[in-house]
Design a protein around this ligand. Sequence first.
Ligand code: SAM
Length: 249
Amino acid sequence: MSETSAQSASAAPKGMPRPPEENLKRIGALTYENYVKAGEQAATAFIDAFTKYSCRPTADSNVLDFGCGVGRVCFPLMERLDCRLFCCDVDRSAINFIAANTKNLFPLTTNYDPPLPFADHFFDIVYSVSVWTHLPAPAEAAWLTEMKRITKPGAMLFITTAGHPTLEAHHGRGIDTSFTSDELKKRGFVFNENKLHKKDPGLWPGVTDVYGLARHDPDYVRRTWSKFMQVVDVLPGTIGKQDLVVLRH
Ligand SMILES: C[S@@+](CC[C@H](N)C(=O)[O-])C[C@H]1O[C@@H](n2cnc3c(N)ncnc32)[C@H](O)[C@@H]1O
């Protein structure tokens, strides 16, 4: 280990190893400091949500981080929860990184399309950060169906979407200014495909089909996702700037 990486490793909070730069870029965390800070904030927001919806996991609970990337959220959560914490992603390098850095998580590389290798009704809680923000409508429906299959009746699910606060933050940075909040309200769901990975499969490893940027109006989520499970709440701008959809199986 070089002196620089030895120094930064010792400066890292417990449970937050430093992922390779290319993995940080893939999850939209431009720096390690940002990865640590955003992960800590998300972990705190999830613990608050588990408390609010009376589902704080216990030692017997099975919890899944779906689309975990390089562990931004599950590393800090693992430090604060006493439960079996599983995490999965299509990006094998991200899962290998998690596996190499802890024995306290159950990391798995999974396929881009369902099913997941878990039994019916296995999980008490599923949470997922910034995955449905990339899926087209057919994949959104297929994965909500799969989430229902792998969770126990009564289980709670916490899934982020890019709603109005995300759109406003993007507008503040001059991104996508032609696309207004009113338009999102009217259309409910907007998906823009990004085909870059079809030319460069190394860009998002494991993403083998349509992928892009999905935006959700909360009314659309309440209307559409309730066909799969009970939509308990849509909390605006709760994880970073993303909305948090709270579902009950
Ligand atoms: C924006 S990153 C977020 C990663 C992580 N949740 C976080 O907050 O740091 C989106 C992640 O979803 C993963 N992903 C995309 N489609 C997936 C799928 N169908 N199944 C599992 N993971 C998927 C990607 O590989 C990527 O790691």
